[in-house]
Write a protein that binds this ligand. Structure first.
Ligand SMILES: Nc1nc2c(c(=O)[nH]1)N[C@H]1C(S)=C(S)[C@@H](COP(=O)(O)O)O[C@H]1N2
Ligand SMILES: [Mo]
Length: 395
């Protein structure tokens, strides 16, 4: 798509957003609803939430606070882009107190030419914008999938920067370090370590990864890694290193906490015909869908949910009610390769009483989202991508 088209698309989206705001202010969203896209996620004035009976009535998403985890109330997803203040927050070593105006990004290790760039130099590089949604590798039914968000990230692609530095032939692993540090106990030894994650060089070069300094058209907030963070489309949140200060190329695997000990899935796998317990770092997002909201408007009911995956195109998202046949849901035309994919389903003839609703997603490789029973034996909590049956009470 060329820049003009892109600008035009941006403008249309902005118009829709403005329109939505006006609609909300007037309490009339019916026209917006019939126009589709953005409007369908915002609740209309006369639309009400149908209570989930699997959700404690006291469930409330916490307000955003420095250094604290934030998750959203997934029932309230009301726009394709998650507002920056409601996008979930995970910071394992707390949050830096302020954005450093002299922040630099260094590229070091097995490169032909080490680099050191300030933010002006990064901003002067070619800029791209890309819609990327992700969840924490620990997102699950426990928080009703609240560790999730979708944003338009603006920044400069990683690949040309690595190519400029020039990867030496023995450089196989790319490590990304944030400025945040914490004390780790490794075999009873206490050491201070920086937040770090790594990627194989092939993944780093092929991943569409971005060095992002904008989020939804605004400067990247401190919570989300200002002044600079890595965004790896299609990967779990942990890959997206915030407050990025160093990219180091080395000739062997990086074994830091967030690659080697934490965010490591232990599961029983068929390894070339042998059943073995495997430990594997959390990397690409597993195919997943979940219902997050049921609403009622007049006599009609609507089910809303999201899909996340690694960017593989989808074949279908389906909904089953009370164990009945799988029925196709409608995907938002705004969905793109790496965004979250919002869907809805108009539930006809909902009868009073309690009902069980579940969604599943199928990709073009024929992969079908697993039921909880079909999941591999997996005692660690990471990568919870099972179908998530929800219970609602129709009055
Ligand atoms: N520097 C740094 N980057 C980090 C983290 C962190 O603690 N420090 N947390 C990671 C994890 S586990 C997740 S899920 C995402 C969350 O990004 P967000 O807070 O912007 O949603 O950031 C990742 N990047
Ligand atoms: Mo995470």
């Amino acid at each position: 798509m060329n820049d003009n088209n892109n600008d035009a698309l941006q403008q249309t989206r902005q118009d829709r957003r403005d329109f939505l705001k006006q609609g909300a202010a007037l309490g009339t969203l019916s026209l917006a609803v019939s126009q589709g896209l953005w409007s369908q996620w915002a609740m209309a004035a006369d639309e009400e939430l149908v209570p989930f009976t699997d959700m404690p009535p006291e469930f409330v998403a916490p307000p955003v606070a420095p250094g604290a985890t934030h998750y959203l109330d997934s029932r309230t997803i009301s726009s394709f882009y998650t507002p920056n203040d409601d996008f979930y927050i995970i910071q394992h070593y707390g949050q830096p107190t302020a954005v450093d105006a002299n922040h630099r990004l260094r590229v070091t290790g097995l490169v032909n030419k080490e680099l050191s760039l300030d933010m002006a130099a990064i901003r002067a590089r070619p800029k791209v914008e890309i819609d990327v949604g992700f969840e924490c590798g620990g997102n699950s039914p426990r928080l009703f999938q609240g560790l999730i968000g979708n944003a338009k990230w603006g920044g400069t692609p990683l690949k040309p920067l690595l190519e400029e530095a020039g990867i030496k032939t023995d450089g196989i692993e790319v490590v990304f370090y944030g400025i945040d540090k914490g004390e780790e106990t490794i075999r009873d030894i206490k050491v201070e370590q920086s937040f770090g994650r790594s990627m194989h060089i092939t993944d780093a070069l092929n991943s569409d990864a971005l060095l992002a300094y904008e989020m939804n058209g605004e400067p990247l907030p401190l919570y989300h890694g200002a002044p600079l963070r890595l965004v790896v489309p299609g990967w779990y949140g942990v890959a997206n290193v915030k407050w990025l200060t160093q990219i180091h190329v080395q000739d062997r695997r990086f074994m830091g906490r967030f690659m080697g000990r934490d965010y490591v899935t232990l599961s029983k796998q068929d390894i070339g015909g042998e059943v073995r317990w495997e430990e594997r770092s959390v990397t690409k997002i597993r195919l997943k869908s979940s219902i997050v909201r049921v609403t009622k408007r007049g006599n009609s009911h609507r089910i809303t949910g999201f899909v996340l995956n690694d960017g593989t195109p989808l074949r279908a998202v389906e909904v089953s009610i009370d164990g009945g046949a799988w029925q196709p849901a409608t995907l938002d035309p705004a969905n793109s390769k790496y965004s979250w994919k919002l869907f809805n389903f108009d539930w006809q003839n909902a009868t009073p009483g309690e009902h069980t609703l579940v969604s599943r997603v199928i990709d073009t490789n024929g992969q079908v989202q697993a039921t909880p029973e079909e999941m591999p034996e997996k005692p660690t909590r990471w990568e919870n991508y099972a179908q998530f049956p929800r219970k609602v009470q129709i009055a």
